[in-house]
Design a protein around this ligand. Structure first.
Ligand code: ADP
Ligand code: ZN
Length: 227
């Protein structure tokens, strides 16, 4: 199955796609993580986009499309792919449709996580990421079992992303409302969009996501379409 998670920055896309990767072995495709990796490794591409990303802006679509295409092609044989933070623009949607149809696939389901702005600020300001394995935490809502130690890899580098500030959040939220929200109509018209509340606990949101996926798989079986 191919799943897209939509929602404003801080709505829980990364948290839910991490859960899907753990539970079902889906490949978590976060173009943001891939770009931050290029920056950390100081690759030519990373150096080119560093200042753009740290200012809260997004690199241009051609570059993001190229990164996404490679990751999709490399992982198309997995049980599923969950897209987190991609596509963000109509240009990216059209590109994605082309890649998938070339591979004989399509978007099976798009899920939008609704979270209000005050909650987004709290989540972004408290977000911490393991510098070693990229697992994400929240100082208050989702802390690791042992203070400062990653549950997954036992590393002790839980860091705050440079772009996790209220200012950058507000800027990204404006871009989300202007450029990404219209994509919801597109997926709604295709009949694959479900919008749920992202305000509940990570576990409760995960349970709603599981229900939606179970329905998708049932539909695919009853119509004989290969999911
Ligand atoms: P996104 O990928 O949409 O930007 P994240 O998954 O990184 O969002 O979540 C942002 C922050 O909020 C993280 O610190 C995460 O641990 C925390 N978080 C995620 N989901 C929830 C939730 N349902 N309730 C409370 N905090 C959450
Ligand atoms: Zn870790």
């Amino acid at each position: 199955v191919i799943v897209i998670l939509f929602g404003p920055p801080g709505s829980g896309k990364g948290t839910q796609s991490q859960a899907l990767a753990e539970k079902h072995g889906f490949f978590k495709l976060s173009t943001g993580d891939l770009i931050r990796k290029e920056i950390a490794e100081k690759t030519p591409l990373g150096l080119e986009v560093q200042s753009i990303v740290e200012a809260g802006e997004f690199p241009d679509s051609a570059l993001v499309n190229q990164i996404a295409e490679k990751a999709i092609v490399d992982n198309i044989t997995k049980s599923g792919i969950v897209l987190d933070g991609y596509p963000r623009t109509m240009e990216q949607v059209n590109f994605l449709d082309k890649i998938l149809s070339g591979l004989g696939k399509k978007i099976d389901v798009a899920i939008c996580l609704g979270v209000d702005e005050n909650e987004l600020v709290r989540r972004i300001e408290g977000r911490r990421v393991c510098a070693d394995c990229k697992t994400n935490y929240h100082v208050e809502f989702n802390p690791p079992a042992n203070d400062g130690i990653c549950d997954v890899c036992q590393g002790s580098n839980l860091v705050q992303r440079k772009d996790d500030t209220r200012d950058v959040l507000e800027q990204r939220l404006a871009i989300y409302n202007k450029e990404t929200k219209p994509l919801l109509d597109y997926y709604d018209q295709k009949g694959v969009l479900t919008t749920i509340s992202g305000m509940e606990s990570p576990q409760e949101v995960a349970a709603m996501v599981e229900k939606i996926l179970a329905n998708v798989e049932l539909d695919a079986k009853s119509t004989g379409i290969n999911a």
